[in-house]
Design a protein around this ligand. Structure first.
Ligand SMILES: Cc1ncc(COP(=O)(O)O)c(C=O)c1O
Length: 398
């Protein structure tokens, strides 16, 4: 099923499903096989040459994984998607497929710590120039575009301070300069439930499916979505030859199961997050709340324009007393758990400067707008009032 007009849940449950004509299994089987046999050498040759459809080796494709790729492509409104072994596998496979020595990548300076690390210390070792800017300021985007720019890379909302950039404006500006530059958006925080970067003019979407797409905290996975041509390049160059970051069929199965409740989960995540953000905003123990749904967020209007169904379930905040008070708050929580990652059923709390963003130096953290005292919350699926009560009792202790 590929109808663009069907709803999110119908898409997540039905798109791409294969009919099991042998045993009539309703649920997609897990094809836990590394390789696929050929009846003849000629058949193998034709499949390797792409002259005949079919599977040859799981690093190149697998029936279970192919179904979940179709679901994520449909959710993102993409022609195709490639599943990867992690979010970082998706990001690096996409970037390695596009960039080459002598080219320039423009990247936002506020990114998930390991993405920042890959750009600042990984790919830059191989003759690719990386320029870090603030993409929420379109003048900085314009000023840094060059003849050799091949990628503009950003997250919105950005990890961990929920900075918002205007995807439509960025894509329009970049493509007016050079239509071949690929605008890549990490859509992990927003999810396709509320934001579809491709429909706003971006070329590529990347995901850590470890988070909301799987949603149950039991899988590491990623996706790249975009045009059929680009995804074929990501599969045949980025994943096959460069990163080898292949998603296993077992993980693909778990993601498919998680996607059956994707829309329901996202609705509950968002409802709970709104409750928590409004509570934090009113608390006299809290000095600043970073949540795009609050009117006090500097880019609330841009978020309202591009996040069609709500503002996500991620937020950060600073408490009176800075880092020490922030740590005390985290340690005093009883229901919410101190852990990195996000998008799980459980509400998670972490301290970016010492955990997810410890790949940044102190100066880089300051430059990226990530304060030492920042506390990040991933609001889960528990009853919203219980999450608020736990946060309140922990704030009362500082
Ligand atoms: C925004 C974002 N992108 C990418 C990643 C990397 O994903 P993974 O841990 O699945 O490799 C993360 C991980 O936290 C993330 O928060």
């Amino acid at each position: 099923m590929t109808d663009k007009n069907i709803g999110i849940s119908t898409m997540a449950i039905h798109t791409g499903n294969m009919r099991d004509t042998q045993y009539h299994a309703l649920t997609m089987p897990i094809y836990q096989s590394s390789t696929f046999y050929f009846d003849t050498c000629e058949e193998g040759g034709r499949k390797f040459a792409g002259q005949e459809d079919g599977f040859v080796y799981t690093r190149l494709g697998n029936p279970t994984t192919a179904v979940v790729e179709k679901k994520v492509a449909a959710l993102e409104g993409a022609e195709a998607a490639a599943a990867t072994a992690s979010g970082i596998g998706a990001i690096t496979s996409a970037i390695w497929s596009i960039a080459s020595a002598g080219k320039q990548i423009i990247a936002d300076k506020t990114l998930y710590g390991c993405t920042f690390s890959f750009l600042a210390h990984g790919i830059s070792k191989y003759g690719v120039e990386v320029k870090f800017i603030d993409t929420s300021d379109i003048e900085q985007v314009k000023a840094n575009l060059k003849e050799n720019t091949c990628i503009v890379y950003l997250e919105t909302p950005a990890n961990p301070n929920l900075k918002i950039a205007d995807l439509e404006l960025i894509a329009k500006t970049v493509h007016a300069y050079n239509k071949d530059i690929k605008v890549i958006c990490d859509n992990t925080f927003a999810t396709p439930y509320t934001q579809q970067p491709l429909s706003l003019g971006c070329d590529v979407v990347v995901h850590s499916a470890t988070k909301y797409i799987n949603g149950h905290g039991d899988v590491i996975a990623g996706f790249v979505a975009g045009s059929a041509e680009l995804i074929s390049q990501v599969k045949l160059v980025g994943i096959k030859d460069m990163t080898g970051a292949v998603l296993g069929p077992q993980e693909a199965f778990y993601i498919m199961r998680g996607l059956k409740t994707f829309e329901l989960r996202m609705q509950r995540h968002f409802e709970n997050a709104k409750l928590v953000a409004e509570f934090l905003d009113k608390s006299d123990k809290v000095t600043k709340v970073y949540y795009p749904g609050l009117e006090s967020h500097p880019n609330h209007n841009v978020a309202a324009k591009q996040m069609k169904r709500g503002f996500g379930a991620m937020m950060s905040f600073e408490v009176k007393g800075g880092k020490a008070a922030g740590m005390k708050f985290c340690n005093a929580l009883k229901l919410c758990t101190i852990a990195v990652s996000l998008g799980d059923a459980e509400t998670l709390v972490e301290h970016p400067a010492s955990m997810t963003h410890s790949t940044y130096s102190a100066a880089e953290l300051a430059e990226a707008g990530i304060s030492e005292g920042l506390v990040r919350l991933s609001i889960g699926l528990e009853n919203g009032e219980d999450i608020v009560a736990d946060i309140k009792q922990a704030l009362d202790q500082i």
